[in-house]
Design a protein around this ligand. Structure first.
Ligand code: C2E
Ligand code: CA
Ligand code: CA
Length: 380
């Protein structure tokens, strides 16, 4: 129904001169014939965007869709159908990988990006084999008591040539290739091993939040992998939080519900990450067994200046509290933001104001230790 609906709307919106076709799965192809200048293309991009952004009603449900576009131009990018389609496909896969660009034009730079991608994939395969992934930890704090509430595990790749590489660079490639399942397994294991080590050293540990990517979340072996790691290191599941982004939640509601239920039953804590960037329906939020809601850092950045952002954050917090969820504000960098969030009754805060993500060794300064009487937290 959704595909048919989109097909109809696209053909209506793009006038008779142009060609709209569904070319497989959830992929549509469009040939625009009445383009005279590059501005014309942007008018169409905008039109298609607005159209896709309209929620689609299917029975009782409202569905919000997302979309990526790849664009190539005749005759610059190719002189025949085959060339044009293959370049459009390359542009599309680029658009999919990009977090910010939902559309991409084919360009010469993309050829080299595609080569880089293959190169990266091979390097990542080696990295998985050699276990080159490491985990950094970023603390988060109770805004009322200033006590440490937990740590977020953030993966890094320690490449021999390039040094430490951020997840923004390699996670999209791991996702696209499906390698994320294996790396995700390694991350869960690293975190569990670390928690066990801290416990054995006498640290008073706090829960550690692990990010789960969409592909990982949909993996049939996820729960088994998690339980194996937790059992191997003899940990209480209440020491592990799983962060799942709002958009992952909304992808397949019934399946998501099942997985979350099982996680909750096993004793894990669930956090919705990047909240505010998707289009969650509030009625679903109420039904999901979740504990925390992390307000996306894009709303926190200008909270002291932008009254819209402040109003949104205020609304998210009061809604969360009505649903019995704790709120975490991420990306707090300045005291002013902290004050604002405290005033809005946000429960927990995380950000450079306290600490960047740091190595396991460096984050120990925030943990209390019975044996060595560490009181690093008091400095903050
Ligand atoms: P995220 O889960 O939203 O993580 C928060 C990101 O914001 C982190 O970037 C963190 O370093 C950054 N951040 C924290 N405080 C501040 C601040 O005060 N100001 C600013 N500007 N940024 C701040 P990082 O570590 O580069 O991670 C980026 C993203 O990569 C994460 O976003 C998450 O989606 C993904 N990621 C990281 N580790 C993992 C992982 O182990 N598994 C999976 N699947 N994804 C991960
Ligand atoms: Ca996160
Ligand atoms: Ca986030």
């Amino acid at each position: 129904m959704v595909l048919r609906n989109i097909g109809n709307q696209l053909s209506k919106a793009l006038s008779k001169k142009n060609v709209v076709a569904r070319i497989g799965g959830d992929k549509f192809g469009i040939i625009l014939k009445d383009i005279k200048s590059s501005e014309d293309i942007f008018v169409y991009i905008d039109k298609i965007y607005k159209l896709i952004q309209q929620p689609v009603r299917v029975g009782e449900q409202e569905i919000v869709l997302s979309m990526s576009m790849g664009i190539s131009i005749y005759p610059n990018d190719g002189k025949d159908m085959k060339q044009l389609i293959s370049k459009t496909e390359i542009a599309l896969s680029q658009a999919r990988r990009s977090e910010t660009n939902k559309y991409m034009f084919y360009g010469e730079h993309m050829n080299s990006d595609a080569k880089n991608f293959l190169l990266m994939e091979n390097k990542l395969l080696k990295a998985i084999k050699n276990e080159e992934f490491i985990v950094f930890y970023q603390p988060y704090f109770n805004l009322r008591t200033h006590e440490l509430e937990g740590l977020e595990a953030l993966v890094r790749w320690e490449d021999k040539e390039s040094g430490i590489i951020s997840p923004g660079i390699f996670i999209p490639i791991l996702e696209e290739t499906g390698l994320i399942k294996e790396v995700g397994r390694q991350i869960i294991k690293i975190v569990c091993r670390q928690l066990r080590q801290w416990l054995d050293q006498g640290y008073e540990v706090v829960p550690v939040a692990i990010n789960l990517s969409p592909v990982q979340f949909r993996s049939s072996t996820l729960l088994k992998d998690i339980m194996e790691a937790v059992e191997e290191y003899e940990l209480n599941p209440n020491l592990i939080v799983f962060e799942i982004t709002e958009s992952t939640f909304m992808q397949d509601i019934a399946a998501t519900y099942e997985v979350l239920r099982e996680m909750k039953n096993a004793g894990f804590t669930i956090s919705i990450d990047d909240f505010g960037t998707g289009y969650s329906s509030l009625s679903y939020l109420k039904k999901f067994p979740v504990d925390h809601l992390k307000i996306d850092l894009s709303f926190i950045r200008d909270i002291t200046k932008d009254t819209d952002d402040k109003a949104i954050v205020n609304a998210i917090i009061s809604m969360a509290h009505h649903l019995n969820l704790k709120t975490i504000a991420e990306g707090i960098e300045e005291e002013e933001q902290l004050k604002e969030l405290f005033y809005l009754q946000c429960d927990i805060g995380q950000g450079y104001y306290w600490s960047k993500p740091v190595s396991a060794h460096n984050v120990e300064a925030f943990l209390k230790c019975d044996l060595r009487n560490h009181t690093g937290i008091e400095n903050f």
